[in-house]
Write a protein of this length. Structure first.
Length: 263
């Protein structure tokens, strides 16, 4: 980024807030960081910048440095509109979910890997047959970048004071596994029986654990064509919502929209 008065940014619009009579504050996620910028007059009917700074747009902006307050967006050029994320309630709800995770997990820092993942996640939501699956695939990778990588393949429990570390190879006939965020991941059936009454431990069905393993390690294209039963889908959503809420130390506000809208 140039150190002159004007500089250029490319980024994703994650949040917008009305300011004064016609202005709007824009939160832009870029490969160089997160920027809070002001777009003067954007709410006027004839504003030329309005369509280029819609929520979830990928855009390129020319910014003027301000001596005080927010730097000013003087020009904007649309790169990708992501129209389905604003026109379809379900896709838009999951886009808001990802935006909330990006804003809360990464309040102070951004890098090229995070920006690339955000672009991929919003692009998947544009056209994915299963928007929730695309959102959770992206969310698990956001957890990785935030320093929270759940262990789904080796038991995180302890037995006789030693780490269990049993390989987790779930089969439909298996007894229930466990989800233990405080320990960092999944429990084998034996450890789950020991821990199941402990605070914070939840049950994981074999099918849900299989999907958690796949979501963490496999490309989304491999998972998009697979069939998931309604029971597994409900269990997966419940487990990942609980996991994300644990690491955020609060429940994402957008989860209420997911529940109310049947997303």
């Amino acid at each position: 980024m140039s150190q002159g008065r004007l500089y250029t940014l490319e980024g994703l619009v994650l949040r917008r807030r009305d300011h004064r009579e016609a202005d709007r504050l824009v939160t832009l996620l870029t490969a160089q960081g997160r920027f809070e910028l002001i777009a003067p007059g954007i709410r006027k009917p004839r504003s030329r910048k309005a369509g280029h700074l819609e929520l979830f747009c990928q855009t390129r902006v020319l910014v003027a440095r301000a001596r005080q307050g927010w730097d000013v967006i003087s020009q904007a050029e649309l790169i990708a509109a992501h129209l389905p994320l604003r026109e379809d309630f379900t896709r838009g709800t999951w886009a808001r979910y990802l935006a909330e995770l990006l804003l809360r997990f990464f309040p102070d820092e951004t890098d090229a890997a995070l920006y690339t993942l955000a672009l991929e996640g919003f692009s998947l939501l544009d056209q994915a047959t299963h928007p929730a699956r695309a959102a959770y695939w992206t969310a698990l990778r956001l957890l990785d970048l935030a320093g929270f990588r759940p262990e789904w393949h080796t038991c995180v429990g302890e037995e006789a004071g030693r780490p269990c570390q049993a390989p987790l190879r779930p089969r439909p006939e298996d007894a229930p596994y466990g989800l233990a965020p405080e320990h960092g991941g999944a429990l084998c059936p034996r450890c789950y029986q020991r821990y199941r009454l402990a605070q914070g431990v939840r049950e994981l069905s074999p099918s849900v654990l299989s999907w958690l393993q796949a979501l963490q390690r496999r490309p989304y294209a491999d998972l998009a064509v697979l069939t998931m039963s309604p029971t597994t889908a409900e269990g997966l959503q419940r487990s990942l919502d609980y996991l994300v809420s644990y690491y955020l130390e609060r429940r994402p506000l957008t989860l209420r929209m997911v529940e109310e809208g049947g997303a």
